[in-house]
Unconditional design. Sequence first.
Lengths: 356, 556
Amino acid sequence: MGNHSDGSPNHSGTVATAGQNEVEKFQDPGIPPHRLRLADTDPKAAKRAERQVALLFAISVVGTLIFLVAYFAIDLGEDSSIATIRLQNALLGVGTAFAMLGIGTGIVHWAKALMPDHEVSEERHAIRYEEDRQAAVRIVDDIVEETGIKRRPLIRNTLLGAVALAPLPAVAIFGDLGPRPDNKLAHTMWAPQDGKLKRLARDPDGTPIKAADVTIGSAFHVIPEGLNELHEGKLNEKAKAVVLLMRLDPASLHPSEGREDWGYNGIVAYSKICTHVGCPVALYEQQTHHLLCPCHQSTFDLTQECKVIFGPASRPLPQLPIAVDDEGYLVATSDFHEPVGPSYWERDMHERSINS
Amino acid sequence: MSAASTAEPAFVAKTKAGRVTDFVDSRVGGSGILREFGRKVFPDHWSFMFGEVALYSFVILLLSGTFLTFFFDPSMAETHYDGSYVPLKGVEMSVAYSSSLNISFDIRGGLFMRQVHHWAALLFVASIAVHMLRVFFTGAFRRPREMNWVVGCVLLILAMAAGFTGYSLPDDLLSGNGLRIIDGVIKSIPVVGTYISFFLFGGEFPGTAIISRLYMLHILLVPALILLMIVLHLFMVVVHKHTQYPGPGRNDNNVVGYPLGPVYAAKAGGFFFIVFGVLALMAAFFTINPIWNYGPYDPSPVSAGTQPDWYIGFVDGALRLMPGTFGDWHVEQTWLGFVFTFNVLLPALVPAGILFTVMFTYPWIERWITKDNREHHVLDRPRNAPTRTGIGVAGFIWYCVMWAAAGSDLIATHFHVSLNDVTYWLRALFFIGPIIGFIVAKRVALALQRKDREIALHGRETGRIVRLPHGEFIEVHAPLDEYKRYKLVGFESPEVLPAVPNEHGVVTGNEKRRAFLSKWFFEDRVAPATPAELEAAHGHGHAAVESSEEAKSLSH
């Protein structure tokens, strides 16, 4: 009876039971008696609250004035400094805040201190009355009957068919929202043009890179030569073609079969677009030879051909085969041998068609 | 009767304002509306304000957003910046980014409006989320409000959509990377992903169409849908009338509170200005989304420590938590020549899918388990529904783990711990966090119920120690008045509903599952104290003390 035990499992699970067979409950005592506030009994307190409310409204007026002064007195000319903008922003904000908070707190204070605070009780009503339901059913029956839709299935069925088909043009008309993907994702700007191999250039200025410039331990952000001269689709090409170029001790690279000549003297180039969801893999940890994607922390190991060693990416970064041309500049000997960037449904098909 | 009413002389207003009012009223029937709603009763509680905050944030979003549209140009055409922000002078960028910079630096009040707009957007989603937690934990979603709960869930999704489409508009580096991630996630969708990506971006990423398309969604379609849903939401609030917290004088057949006019209207109306004022203060002193620091979008650079706006964080965090490889086994699989990018697909869709499915269907799940088909207008105190509270906390923690994972790199750098360790821990918490949360929250709720029971039966502790004639010391407990006591004892405590046979005399498998869940829900329960127990406690004050000591020794 009335125990306060913890719910021990061998005790039918109930943590605390009411007395046996007791269905009796406490009676609702009703709304508690109203308690008067200070302002209800003391005219001085009421007067004080009145003045406080008026003061808050007056503060709001001051806020509005601050806003107007800040708006007109501070002019953002050609040579406006960050400090000016910051000052104006702060004053506009303070002005608005005073203007709004003055009104808001004033009204709320008025309501809480001076308006009657008697709680009242109101009956709830049924959301739906049975009488209404029956009337509604009769009306719907009448309407259906008058249309005759039940007696004339031919009309009903042809209407259904027509209505079902009518939205199709609306779907079709969105067919030109974009071009078909075809194999656009499979190729980048690195493919040799008219037999000429593309040079590796610095991002963003576009100056070509000599092999001799790449010292051990250094890293370059690379774009294909000619990217900056594109007039259309520059960002689209850049989003696929950006590459990271690094030089390691050749002994620490372990190129797999067929990839031995993809680097030059320990200089290797890998796609900078993460194979997870496409962020730029922009962080190179020089000591560990790891590449890290700052978006979702996928980590790739340069010494193992950018194999994923941590994080949500599942595929290694694609490698760009590079060599040196007769002027000593680094060039890409071919496009990537697989699509770069995030995976997509047709990716494997594209990879096979590239390599066939 | 009708003769009498026609005989009544027509009303003639005496003042000018009265004549104008009468003109309008006699044409739209305002008197009837005012008669119906002017004194409508609203219950009052601080936790009812979150929905109001959401509504007011939305109004502020419309106001500040309208200002921004006058100056923003959603074009992705290339231009060279020529505004007054010196570090970016002459830099190649899109017109959208350039016009966002102009709003910030060359239009008076533009930066303030941008900041108000962004802060209001963050507050909008946050207040919706907190409002939903309030509704969930107090059981306000129960009949007749299930459909309004669903409308609220839709509003949450729309608010997130509004936020994300707006976040991307300035075409800065940070939001561009956000779009890049969205593109990567879309491309992982089997069969149609590549097509959806091309259709959304008007070709390859990033293309030149996405900003103006998002702009249309952001300023027209999504706000219109939000407005429509808000109208539905409030309409249903009027139909149902507001819920109220349990207490003396409150029951499912009445509504106790202040009349709309003047007190409630004044408080609610005044609160709009307070929300606006607080947002203005935040806009004045706390920089949000300083796009000029990020630079224009370029697919090559990215800054470390990138963060999405908070409400997208849980999806981004889930993406981070998913391992892409297990040893040498790749999560991404190629089957029949097609790529299944499970390492993206699973974290992007499954947690959000589970979260939203459970959220949308929860009122029906609980209704099925409890077989409770009655109307509820009195809220549950969260402690009085321990299992529901446990479920809510489990979901909340699950969400928070994913959300925290979106800042795994910042956690690592801030607390000087290994990024990999942070990820491993969060991966573990992803699974065990909700379980621990459920157990702890349920136990806390039960403990609070027991405390309520104790106070109801034995009064509150006064801290006054009295020595009895035979030497025993006792602490004097002061009995509660009947109003305070009723708040502690006037709740329902449902019991386990065992499986019952259907009309054919068969206990179906479905019914067995329901009974199992009912047991899980209600087997641990604290029954409300009864008058007889109170009587007994008064009569034998010592017996109660002894039995509680007994219980303590049991729990050792």
